[in-house]
Design a protein around this ligand. Sequence first.
Ligand SMILES: O=C(O)C1=C[C@@H](OP(=O)(O)O)[C@@H](O)[C@H](O)C1
Ligand SMILES: C=C(OP(=O)(O)O)C(=O)O
Length: 409
Amino acid sequence: MKLHISSPENQQIQKSIQITGSKSETNRLLLLQALFPSLKIENLSNSDDAQVMQKGLQVTVGEVDIHHAGTAMRFLTSYFACQEGKEVLLTGSHRMKERPISVLVDALRSLGAEIEYAENEGYPPLKISGKKISASKVSLPANISSQYISSLCLVAPSLENGLEIELVGKITSVPYIKMTLALLTEVGIVNSFEGNSINVSSISEVKPSTLVVESDWSAASYFYSVVALADLGTEIELASYKQNSLQGDSVLAEIYKKLGVKTTFDNNAIRLQKAQVVEMESLNLDLSNAPDIAQTIAVTCLGLGIGCKLTGLHTLPIKETDRLAAMKTELEKFGATVEIDKESLTLIIPTLSNDEVAVDTYHDHRMAMAFAPLAMKTSFYVNDSGVVSKSYPDFWTDFESLGFQITEA
Ligand SMILES: O=C(O)C1=C[C@@H](OP(=O)(O)O)[C@@H](O)[C@H](O)C1
Ligand SMILES: C=C(OP(=O)(O)O)C(=O)O
């Protein structure tokens, strides 16, 4: 559906919103629950990605279609490879068939797994015949996607001898690996991560416990952007968040401080306040630890009329779309000048035109949600707005509750 969005009449917003659970934490915990059924999970993400994960885990034989969900694709590859007797064809959307998976398949094959490429070498769909895995040492490149590493860590406790993982090259998206290991620790699985080596011990049962998923910090980024672009006095409260988050995107609090937003932790909520007018000319950030908030930050900078140089973005070309190319095209529709290379995006001239442009979303939830806050400054159209359901199905409802005027176009 194509939407037309324009700013709230009152640009001094006051609102509280309950955000859905983190999709990253949810998909890890769902896998752990499948291995250890005594675990209970609360505040699950209501995203499409969590739903396909949940459904996929129930399949024993046949096709598992995880649509656009990168975590489900990567985590279920290891899960099915280690489940003796299960035989599946693990497939996904057209885009998923372009997202590389050979690093993980090679690692699992070296452990004795039986996985074949059903279409193109190196890419989904995968034909997986589950095997009992006894080998306990594996080595893999760590610079392409941390999801391959998290995937191995998640199944490791169910393997006969646990797993020792050697990471080769520069490790990317590190907080996501740490999140995986922290969740293992929370359920009582012994593990360590030192230098380029991860160790996860085997365990046959875990103590029954209930894990509460923290709300999604990547989803919070869109509200940080709204507050940064709103009038002084704006205040949005988001629940349920913790000061000691497992999510790397909680770095938003620090980053948006530079963009005029003050964060206060209050019980289980964060209060975002527009505290000052930003006067800097350009923002330089390395986002290799928080790639999912790059789009939000670039759009905030455009709205504030400041430049930015965002680096560490080498993983963006293999996400839901080539996010570097997509961002350049869409930011330039608003009159900005943008340069990209293999790992960075530079917003050189942050000019914002008032032409009513239509933002394309490229089957990427974050393209739609990252641009939405720009309506504080200029109204525009968003094509294929339903893409948001990948991580945040209630996004447009929550966004409208802030006073934004949204109509079907
Ligand atoms: O493990 C995870 O939950 C994720 C890891 C990151 O991917 P990469 O490690 O491929 O950068 C991130 O972009 C993705 O949205 C979720
Ligand atoms: C990259 C993302 O997801 P995934 O890789 O799990 O599809 C994302 O949500 O921004």
